[in-house]
Write a protein that binds this ligand. Structure first.
Ligand SMILES: C[S@@+](CC[C@H](N)C(=O)[O-])C[C@H]1O[C@@H](n2cnc3c(N)ncnc32)[C@H](O)[C@@H]1O
Length: 443
């Protein structure tokens, strides 16, 4: 740990450079925050800079290109610094422009003295033209929304077709806001009121959420590891929509198989709440290690298996009361927390993932007892990975039928289930990550 207090802009810049090299934003930021000493306020600023810079990268790159400086031709460190300063000036109004430029130039000097002049000149031009953002005219609605809402055009096009212009615009806006930090209370240890009291005693402001029964929203001003309630297994970070998917596994299920379980959010949620034997499978080595670590912190027993869900090394007679397929997906419902995903995903990924999802779902179905339940879930908002997968599955699996999950969801969450009995959550409608889940019953 560094002895003196670090500069939050430098911390953010270093995290952004790691993201440019392929790291995930949350992991890169956590590493920087662990390695540098920042007070609560600076920690908040560094976090805002990392997430906001990545979210608004489409807009800053558009303005850079319109200045004759295509971002892909700039040095990566300079490019990330310009994007960060642009975000600060355009979206964080409390910082005056001259201070944004001065700080960015100082940071550029640390990287390479020659870069400072370029950053100074480009940033001044960027701010001059960016302030009255020359956005494409609204007649090309895809380009207009893609740039003004900072998302890739191919994704905007798909959401426009599915949701229409007004909702798409609202979704893009919601994606560019920070997601709340949500915890799940371990019901074996305490109810939600008692957990809230424990967090208050630790000095944290927290409140119950609207939809999920065991969820708490917390104003976290430190890393999770500092929270006693986390270290002792009373709470676990898990988004509210994700908790609702876990709740779709009936409490009465005594044996549960989760075939895509890492890092263990839902598998451990199910093991905590019910008197159920849970088997958690994942293909990723680091993933199964993470499940084991979380299960031990929380103090629940979970059977853990590293395997491909399409070729489970289980006896043919091993059938379960409930099987969960929390499928690998494009993750495009989680852009508040993972803003970088929008710039990494390509349209062709969606078709590849849809094929994998279909294979996993078919294999998982062979593990469901007669009369048992199969839950399929994703954290994306694309029909190819959601309702189209269910339609294709049901077309060749006549012994499965849709089962309405409302009986197992908390009263407040029942409005999130649509006329087809699918759970659908949206950042702009509900303030939740975009999830889809279907519950099927084997006849
Ligand atoms: C959406 S994540 C699961 C999240 C988890 N259920 C939770 O609540 O914390 C999808 C998981 O599927 C795993 N996965 C991808 N392909 C797989 C396969 N063929 N077999 C098993 N697991 C796979 C990934 O490693 C990833 O951990």
């Amino acid at each position: 740990m560094a002895a003196s207090r670090a500069d939050p802009r430098l911390v953010a810049w270093n995290a952004l450079r790691a993201v440019e090299d392929g790291a995930f934003a949350d992991a890169a930021l956590s590493r920087q925050l662990e390695d540098n000493r920042l007070d609560e306020r600076d920690r908040g600023l560094a976090t805002q800079l990392v997430y906001g810079t990545i979210a608004w990268q489409g807009l800053s790159d558009h303005v850079l290109a319109s200045l004759g400086r295509p971002p892909e031709r700039l040095d990566a460190a300079v490019r990330t610094l310009l994007r960060m300063a642009f975000f600060q000036a355009i979206k964080l109004e409390r910082v005056p422009d001259f201070a944004v430029v001065d700080t960015a130039v100082e940071l550029a000097k640390r990287h390479n003295r020659g870069a400072a002049g370029l950053v100074n000149a480009l940033l001044r031009a960027l701010l001059r033209s960016g302030k009255d953002l020359h956005l494409p005219v609204a007649s090309d609605i895809v380009q207009h929304l893609a740039i003004s809402g900072s998302h890739p055009p191919w994704l905007v096009e798909r959401w426009l077709a599915a949701l229409g212009a007004a909702e798409t615009e609202a979704l893009l806006t919601a994606d560019n806001r920070a997601a709340p930090t949500v915890l799940r209370v371990n019901p074996r240890r305490a109810d939600r009121a008692a957990a809230l009291a424990a967090l208050a005693a630790e000095g944290y402001a927290a409140r119950p959420t609207r939809y999920a029964a065991d969820a708490i929203e917390i104003d976290l001003r430190s890393g999770m590891g500092k929270l006693n309630a986390f270290r002792t297994g009373l709470v676990t970070p898990q988004g509210e929509a994700s908790q609702l998917v876990g709740a779709m596994i009936p409490v009465a299920a005594r044996t549960v198989l989760d075939v895509c379980a890492a890092p263990g959010g839902k598998a451990i949620q199910i093991a905590e709440r019910a008197d159920a034997a849970v088997v958690a499978v994942d293909r990723a080595r680091a993933g199964v290690v993470a499940i084991a670590r979380q299960a031990s912190r929380v103090g629940v027993a979970v059977g853990i298996l590293r395997a491909d869900a399409r070729e489970l090394p289980l006896r043919n007679t091993a059938l379960f009361d409930a099987v969960l397929v929390d499928a690998p997906c494009s993750g495009l419902g989680t852009l508040r927390q993972h803003p970088e995903i929008r710039w990494r995903r390509r349209p062709e990924d969606v078709a590849r993932l849809a094929a994998l999802q279909g294979e996993i779902l078919r294999a998982a179905a062979t593990r469901v007892q007669p009369g048992g339940i199969l839950v399929y879930a994703t954290c994306t908002l694309l029909a190819e990975e959601n309702e189209e997968r269910i339609a294709a599955f049901l077309a060749d699996q006549p012994h499965f039928a849709i089962d309405d999950p409302r009986t197992d969801l908390p009263e407040a969450a029942r409005e999130l289930v649509d006329g087809d009995a699918f759970l659908r959550t949206y950042p702009h409608r509900h303030g939740l990550d975009g999830f889809f889940a279907a519950r099927l019953k084997r006849r």
